[in-house]
Ligand binder design. Structure first.
Ligand code: ZN
Length: 496
């Protein structure tokens, strides 16, 4: 999780602050107290399982699990309509004690008072905290969670939407505090762009499920398939701002893909994900929720599960079954994660015989989508991770400051924010002396100064000044009242 960016002070009206006495005074003040750490109390009260293991995707066993699942009887997903039936909820509750413990080690709890030391560990440029005060820092191990030994992960994959059912699905996921992956159809994204946007905004992954899911046409030729993938990629980007690399073949790859498909899509930068648990909600029209839940419960378990369910029109029963499905896996100690680029896809075996009577994929067939993918890669718009880091929301009374991913960063248990944004939002002012690089910030009747380690700034680093939120506010006599920091949520409440 790397946050770049920060605030540029170049071109700010310079004030003469050259008097070293100011700076020295402030420096001593800083040196007197280890100010740079974020709070020691436990603020990670929200969804502890979500705070766990932020960067540490579990990939093991996915391939073998996928291969085992790749059998010809695995139900493909026709477009079915659901019908009414009673959902019988499975055991409720939260079995995630293991993850809760792991969560307590991550950024939300921030016992770490050694930004300086840890920053150099993770390669941040010097001077990012704007002070030269490393002498007081304590050497502690980085606040990475210990490698989760036997982590059990469910990738819940929700296909064929977004539809009118998707908002309810999103509400359930929010209530359960979990993230999923939505393999969306291009035509549905165009019909429901706001819902697609909500998927991304709420921290779920969005993937490409081709444009219209119509098997005959879609699998009639690779050119058609590739065309639908590119069209959907553009539709998802237009609606959400995300260029996803996640791809799922309608009906799965078995007997639909041949090796040429895998090769071309890999060369174009897509990650094709099949599944190893089929909820069976598309076996026929109107599969009742009780049957969907029973299908889930009789499916084979593995450390990594990719669970297929649908949220397209007619899948009311799937929505009804969803809470029970989630509780079932939670009780078994699974955590739920969205797919992203770091997750090794599980594939069905390649069938010896295709369902389709098309020719082999030629190099010429592949060329268009490979060119398309390479251009996206070159332009840098493709997200390595298909789900976005959440924005940081700072509250004070009714006012909020929203910093998008990249405008703030978490490091060693601290939240770093651009000083200027923070201070100005709170009604103060921040200015930088262009000669010395010293930054003066005035807030709540107090003025403080920061020295920049590397001044003048190099071109590539710019002259931004990110400061640790809590200790900086503390210097101005302002407290943080509360916060909720997890993998999916970053909120801070400042005392009025
Ligand atoms: Zn589908």
């Amino acid at each position: 999780m790397e946050f770049g960016g920060g605030l540029l002070y170049k071109g700010e009206a310079a004030r003469s602050l050259g008097e070293t006495s100011y700076v020295q005074t402030v420096s001593r003040q800083y040196e007197a107290r280890p100010l740079l750490g974020e709070p020691a109390e436990d603020g990670s009260k929200e969804n502890p399982e979500q705070a766990a293991a932020s960067g540490d995707k579990q990939q093991h066993a996915s391939i073998s699990a996928g291969k085992k699942a790749g059998n010809p009887n695995s139900t493909p997903e026709p477009e079915n309509k659901g019908a009414g039936n009673e959902a019988k909820p499975a055991a409720a509750g939260n079995g995630n004690t293991q993850e809760g413990k792991a969560g307590a080690k991550t950024e939300g709890t921030g016992h770490n008072h050694s930004e300086k030391a840890s920053q150099s560990n993770n390669g941040s440029s010097s001077g990012e905290d704007g002070t030269k005060l490393s002498s007081q820092t304590v050497n502690q191990p980085p606040a990475e969670p210990a490698a989760a030994a036997k982590k059990k992960v469910v990738y819940l994959t929700i296909d064929d939407g977004p539809s009118k059912h998707t908002p309810e699905v999103l509400d359930i996921l929010k209530r359960e505090g979990i993230k999923a992956t939505f393999f969306a159809l291009g035509e549905q994204v165009e019909r429901n762009p706001d819902i697609a946007k909500r998927i991304v905004e709420e921290g779920h992954a969005i993937g490409n499920h081709t444009y219209n899911h119509k098997y005959e046409k879609l699998y009639g030729s690779f050119a058609e398939f590739a065309g639908q993938v590119m069209r959907t990629d553009d539709a998802i980007y237009a609606a959400t701002g995300v260029r996803t690399t996640l791809l799922r073949a309608p009906g799965g790859t078995y007997a639909n893909f041949d090796q040429g498909y895998f090769d071309a899509l890999a060369a174009a930068g897509y990650r094709v994900h099949d599944w190893n648990v089929d909820s069976g909600d598309s076996k026929r029209r109107g599969v009742p929720s009780t049957e969907i839940i029973a299908n889930i419960k009789k499916s084979k378990l593995a450390d990594t599960l990719n669970v297929l369910i649908h949220d397209s029109a007619g899948h009311e029963e799937s929505v009804k079954a969803l809470p029970a499905i989630i509780h079932y896996y939670k009780n078994l100690g699974y955590t739920f994660e969205p797919l992203d680029d770091s997750v090794k896809p599980m594939h069905f075996q390649t069938a010896s015989k295709s369902k389709w009577s098309r020719g082999k994929v030629t190099e010429a067939d592949k060329a268009a989508i490979i060119k398309y993918g390479k251009e996206l890669d070159a332009s840098g718009v493709r997200q390595k991770s298909a789900h976005r880091e959440p924005a940081l929301i700072v509250h004070r009374g009714d006012a909020t400051l929203v910093l998008e991913a990249g405008q703030y960063r978490l490091a060693s248990g601290s939240i770093y924010v651009p000083l200027k944004d923070l201070v100005e939002w709170m009604g103060g002012a921040a200015e930088q002396d262009e000669q010395s690089g010293v930054v003066e910030a005035s807030l709540a009747g107090k003025s403080l100064f920061w020295m920049i380690d590397t001044w003048p700034p190099s071109e590539e680093n710019g002259s931004h000044l990110d400061v640790p939120l809590r200790s900086t506010l503390g210097e101005f006599g302002i407290d943080i009242e509360d916060y909720a920091i997890s993998k999916d949520r970053r909120e801070v409440w400042i005392r009025e």
